[in-house]
Design a protein around this ligand. Structure first.
Ligand code: DC
Length: 226
């Protein structure tokens, strides 16, 4: 391998991939890139500027005009993301953004622009990138690909714990509705659907702890690089 490898981690919401990807990046000393945050940022900008979410051309133009900077996806527990010189980090997990992001992420013009930016982050290698289409579309040549799954109840339970751990209240039934809706949107969209790459290692994480999943991934990566 001539350059530092890239690691692609895909999976549905609540599969634990953000936590896992962040820890894997820390252990390998790679850059962590959360691509969901970028779709969230475009959704926030669309809502803020009053772009009609049914207007796919306008959403594509908005994504094309958005320059991501001050991206600090690594080590700290929170993602930091700036768009066109402004910090959008505080808005990424807002309720309205979470509700609408799957619609925005289904727009091919938006995906086209974001995939291009994501590839730039990974150009020199040494990136752990997580999302839905990293192993299949964004980085099909990534040296390591993983696809995390877990059953729906486990995913809801993990996300509820994460939200309450951040001091916010959570309604598990609302979370269930949200997950079912977002799974459907992620799986059914024609561009970049949620799918395991044929060469991805699938990790069924229902019965595994985060540390066990991280260890498995890091061991595989180190074993292949050493
Ligand atoms: O991982 P997340 O919940 O922050 O993702 C937010 C939304 O973006 C979710 O609806 C899936 C979508 N997404 C996507 O379509 N492709 C990616 N590579 C990452 C996220």
């Amino acid at each position: 391998m001539s350059r530092v490898p890239n690691v692609a981690i895909d999976g549905p919401a609540g599969s634990g991939k953000s936590t896992v990807a962040r820890l894997v990046a820390q252990k390998l000393d790679y850059l962590y890139v959360d691509t969901g945050a970028m779709y969230r940022a475009i959704t926030h900008l669309a809502l803020k500027t009053g772009v009609n979410l049914d207007d796919q051309d306008a959403l594509g133009l908005l994504a094309g005009a958005t320059k991501f900077s001050n991206v600090r996806f690594c080590s700290s527990s929170d993602v930091a993301l700036w768009c066109n010189g402004a910090d959008v980090t505080p808005y990424l997990r807002k309720w309205d953004v979470t509700r609408e992001v799957a619609r925005v992420a289904a727009v091919s013009g938006v995906r086209h622009c974001l995939v291009r930016s994501q590839r730039v982050f990974a150009r020199s290698g040494g990136v752990v990138m997580e999302g839905r289409d990293i192993g299949t579309v964004v980085l099909p040549d990534a040296e390591f690909k993983f696809f995390l799954t877990a059953d729906l109840d486990t995913r809801i339970e993990r996300r509820a714990l994460e939200i309450s751990g951040n001091g916010r209240t959570v309604d598990p039934e609302e979370l269930r509705r949200q997950f079912i809706y977002r799974d459907e949107m992620d799986l059914k969209r024609t561009v970049g659907p949620l799918k395991a790459a044929p060469d991805a290692v699938v990790i069924e994480g229902t019965a595994l702890t985060v540390d066990e999943i991280v260890d498995r991934i890091v061991t595989l990566c180190r074993g292949m690089v050493a």
